[in-house]
Design a protein around this ligand. Structure first.
Ligand code: UVW
Length: 325
């Protein structure tokens, strides 16, 4: 992390910064070998300012418990928690491990190695599939984020905003929140985006999922059956995120954008965010307790600390995130 001059960075309309990079991509903005993308917007000064937002000493865990989704979405395997008793060694104690642990089984960050751009045949900053591999030499590995995701967090409770505006959304349907919804909710909250914010958006999906009966959850585990709300995937949304220097974007729904998204379409938010802008995407965040506290005190900003797995070459990670107010 180093200080950057936000005013010297290109605006979205000026991207790309070099002729061989795809349109609407940030490839090269932070250097040809950059692997952090928008996380470069998080600076030491930003961490200091974020710490000043801690006033009440309240801590909100943003990861749902491991195996909260029964079964996990997208046909991912549940983790099997095993505990070993040390009795046979003459010692009172235990250790434990997880079998089948998929780093995306629940609340997660998608790393940049998760999804590349089909048209350009590359991941963020032009990295090719064969450069993404296990170990410290693996390009775009999640370990590079292990000490980077700390700064000012901002919650937009767009689910609450749509209800208050008399236009409620069904989070368990393939409905979109528009950029106007996001900016409208921000205005209603009397909150603002500042450069270097980690943006959390509550879509209402997590609440609806938790309230759904077990048979519905069983169906939702199938990628073919799952239907979910999410954010619109448009150039305008990407421009707003980039021009406001949003460092990472996380929501409480399964894919940030509505599910299913079209793998064949260049318009997909996964391609626009992960592959083109280098914008980390967080999914299935549990924003319920945080949102309730923000609605109570009218304060939607906080310090956010997330420590992804220090897994060399990792593709994704549980968020291991807390918001501190
Ligand atoms: C896919 O979109 C395939 O996965 P995720 O939502 O976990 O990024």
């Amino acid at each position: 992390m180093s200080e950057i001059d936000f005013s010297k960075l290109p605006r979205f309309s000026q991207l790309p910064v070099n002729s061989e990079a795809p349109p609407e991509s940030a490839w090269g903005v932070f250097g040809r070998d950059d692997e952090l993308g928008c996380l470069n917007f998080l600076t030491p000064q930003g961490v200091v300012e974020a710490a000043r937002l801690v006033r009440k000493g309240k801590v909100f865990r943003l990861d749902a418990p491991i195996n909260y989704a029964k079964p996990p979405l997208f046909n991912r395997k549940p983790a099997e928690h095993k505990i070993r008793d040390f009795a046979k060694y003459g010692l009172l104690g235990h250790d434990d491990w997880l079998d089948n642990y998929n780093t995306q089984e629940g609340t997660q960050w998608d790393g940049f190695g998760h999804i590349g751009h089909p048209r350009y045949g590359a991941f963020y900053n032009g990295v090719k599939a064969d450069q993404i591999k296990d170990g410290v030499d693996g390009k775009l590995g999640i370990h590079r984020w292990a000490d980077k995701l700390v700064g000012r967090g901002l919650l937009i409770d767009v689910y609450r905003f749509r209800i208050a505006s008399g236009r409620p959304i069904n989070p368990l349907a393939r409905e979109s929140y528009s950029l106007d919804d996001l900016t409208g909710a921000l205005r209603a909250q009397k909150a603002e985006l500042k450069p270097g914010s980690i943006l959390l958006v509550r879509t209402g999906w997590m609440r609806a999922y938790l309230d759904a009966p077990a048979e519905e959850k069983q169906k939702m585990a199938s990628a073919l059956e799952l239907r979910s709300c999410g954010l619109e995937s448009t150039s305008a949304l990407m421009a707003w995120l980039w021009d406001n220097r949003v460092a990472a974007l996380a929501t409480d729904c399964p894919a940030v954008e509505p599910w299913p998204w079209d793998f064949q379409s260049d318009e997909a938010l996964h391609y626009r965010a992960l592959a083109l802008l280098g914008l980390p995407l967080g999914e299935q965040f549990d924003l319920e307790a945080l949102a309730s506290d923000c609605a109570d005190d009218g304060c939607y900003e906080f310090m956010l600390v997330s420590v992804p797995l220090n897994l060399p070459g990792g593709i994704a990670s549980p968020a291991n995130a807390v918001a501190i107010k």
